[in-house]
Design a protein around this ligand. Sequence first.
Ligand SMILES: [Zn+2]
Ligand SMILES: [Zn+2]
Length: 459
Amino acid sequence: MPICNKCGAKNDEGSAFCEECGAKLIPQEQPAVQPKPESVEKRPKKTKVGLIVGISLGAVILAGVVLLIIFKPWRKSPQDITYLAKASASSALSPSRFGNYEPANVLDGISSTCWAASWADGGANAGIGMWIKLSFPREVKVTRIGLIPGYDRYGKDIGDRFYLNLRVRRARLEFSDGSSQKISLRDTREMQYFDVASVRTSFVKIVIEDVYSERAKDQDLCISEVEIYGVPVGKTLSALGLVSSLLCSWKEGYSEDPFFTHPISLDPATFVELVKLDSTIVLDIRYATENNFTHEVLYPEARCFLRCCVAESLVSVQRKANTLGYRLKVFDGYRPHRVQFLMWKLVPDRRYVADPNRGSRHNRGTAVDLTLVDSTGKQLDMGSAFDEFNERSHQNYTGLTKEQKRNRKLLTDIMTSTGFTTITSEWWHYDYYNWQSFPIVDVSFDSLRFVASLAGDKE
Ligand SMILES: [Zn+2]
Ligand SMILES: [Zn+2]
């Protein structure tokens, strides 16, 4: 509202001359806003607040960068994800004196065990349509599949099982998105790989379409091993898993481990140190000494950790052994996954060491290597030494003395009646019956003790 400079009257907006005195109205200038002394004082306070905000923002960004570096979410390069799978099949042969033929054998990283199904189980059309299915707990992007298309086992006692059984000639790979792909295999016992067009799926189903039968004496179709490469998609990190894995990575420098991208939340109740349950079980942890097949010390301490249920079953085994006048002597239990890599570096041979990319059942805390000792602590004669990798160590080696046979049967009987299963190639190795339900873990003995101490387990 223009005010007349001459008479001070208020005039209407837009008037050129004063209504009171007729003087020319000069457009008013907006008075410049004087900076108030208060605001001058406030300035240093504002920069302090800004500094704090800046620092915390920086910390958040830094934490974000650290998380990104650890989890490498951008890393999409396919890796061996076989260990995530569970196997099922159209049928499986019943166990024989050579072992069992469960579908899980294709995932165990041991090529001398296999899934086998009687060709007749396939029904009409010479059994075409028999299948083995590998299911994942969540969707994965599969890029490559490897297959040993027969029973990759050879021994003087059993002959060349590869050519004595049927082998896969052609198969169809089916995926949960409804797509499928046909593959043709060579009649050779090595792992054969097939690229897959990066399909998003929750399973890989291998449907047999044709077989090689030349030289075969048995009409059973076998697959020793399957490998699946890809990337888990839509993986969710639980807050606990995130924190525990961050803690582990900070404590142990795990970030180089490819398996670390699948953090496991360590439930303290899942592992226990065997001697805490029964101190009368004898320990001879060979991998904590040079007295093992690698001639290297692989464990920092001579300790035996196992999944709780496995350790509890072993305590029952010890009781049964006690009533017969014997005690258990344990050579190995849970083996941190990193040690599997170390073993493989020293002895990269599938016949002796499970491929670390697949993991050993020892890495799941569900396998135990053991023997029996008598009341004087003397080991029973089992016909071969622990980790002696030859036919003499095979569970059903025929060249045993009566006593050795009796001793092996003694151990096998009490173990298999208490929840454990045998493997064909090592008399000392036993698996907990549902080992498949336990994931491979890479946690050091040190960390397991640390977790146990958190749970109130005092040393
Ligand atoms: Zn005026
Ligand atoms: Zn073993």
